[in-house]
Design a protein around this ligand. Structure first.
Ligand code: NAD
Length: 260
């Protein structure tokens, strides 16, 4: 069995999750990739990470909206590696529409993936973490865990929920060598942000360029997108020994957005 730590990064076939998986692998951590996408493309990512960094990299395609698949994923990681040392709850989706028109299936999917999926990974992985007296749980929340924006009712509700889950589990695990924190990025240029631009333009009656400058970057005093690498570096710090006293924290990385 490998002596390296093992990290499950949900939703790591794209965007922020993939950036975190790359950073952790580069620091010698074994990785479980998760998320959707083209099977051959995912296999290329998996093989490249393993070869470049000399770590074990597995892929598990569990659908984070399905509790049974999450339970089976945690069990399979534990049977191969003993325990999940680090969980990064990152998988997430977005939908932008006024609340009265918001499709119920979108509400249910966002709550399931962006909030309940994190409960299920923690619920199943915690006993083995506690037995090892070491663990790191890092939730990729959002500035929307702290403030709202119109037309994102499900996303904002789920992300505020993640903040509450983070504080609660941090208290329950504080004496077990386990920390749980939430990272709250502002806008990061990823497929999730790119895809919401046309719907935001429609909901607000403005152009897509106006969405980028007057809505997205308007929120961030730095007038810059946060980068995937900056979020990954913060996640790695929270996974390190130096961060052992940081728990239950809701940490913005948002170019000053939530300081306003
Ligand atoms: P992305 O669309 O690039 O990546 C999302 C990942 O989640 C993909 O790997 C996708 O396959 C996976 N995923 C989606 N549904 C899934 C499911 N049912 N089961 C398993 N995996 C699933 O998006 P991103 O911007 O990298 O977002 C990652 C996280 O960061 C999300 O939780 C998002 O809310 C959060 N976030 C993003 C931003 C931003 O500006 N991009 C800002 C704040 C927070």
């Amino acid at each position: 069995m490998s002596t390296k730590k093992v990290a499950l990064v949900t939703g790591s076939t794209s965007g922020i999750g993939l950036g975190i998986a790359k950073k952790f692998a580069s620091e010698g951590i074994n990785i479980i990739l998760n998320g959707f996408g083209d099977a051959a493309a995912i296999e290329t990512i998996r093989a490249d990470l393993a070869k470049t960094h000399g770590v074990e990299v597995r892929y598990n395609g569990a659908d984070m909206s399905k509790p049974d698949e999450i339970a089976a994923m945690i069990q399979s990681i534990e049977s191969e590696f003993g325990a999940v040392d680090i969980i990064v709850n990152n998988a997430g989706i977005q939908h932008v529409q006024p609340v009265e028109d918001f499709p119920i299936e979108k509400w249910n999917a966002i709550l399931a993936i962006n909030l309940s999926g994190s409960f299920h990974t923690i619920h199943h992985a915690l006993p083995k973490m506690k037995a090892k007296s070491w663990g790191r749980i890092i939730n990729i929340a959002s500035a929307h865990a702290l403030v709202a924006s119109p037309f994102k009712s499900a996303y904002v509700a789920a992300k505020h929920g993640i903040a509450g889950l983070t504080k609660t589990v941090a208290l329950e695990t504080a004496t077990f060598g386990i920390t749980m924190n939430a990272i709250c990025p502002g806008y990061v240029w990823t497929p999730l942000v790119e895809k919401q631009i046309p719907d935001t333009a429609k909901a607000r009656g403005i152009t897509e360029e106006q969405v980028i400058n007057d809505v997205l970057l308007h929120s961030q005093p730095t007038k810059k997108f946060v980068t995937i690498e900056q979020v990954a570096a913060l996640a790695y710090f929270l996974a390190s020994e130096d961060a052992a006293s940081i728990t239950g924290a809701i940490i913005p990385i948002d170019g000053g957005w939530t300081a306003q």
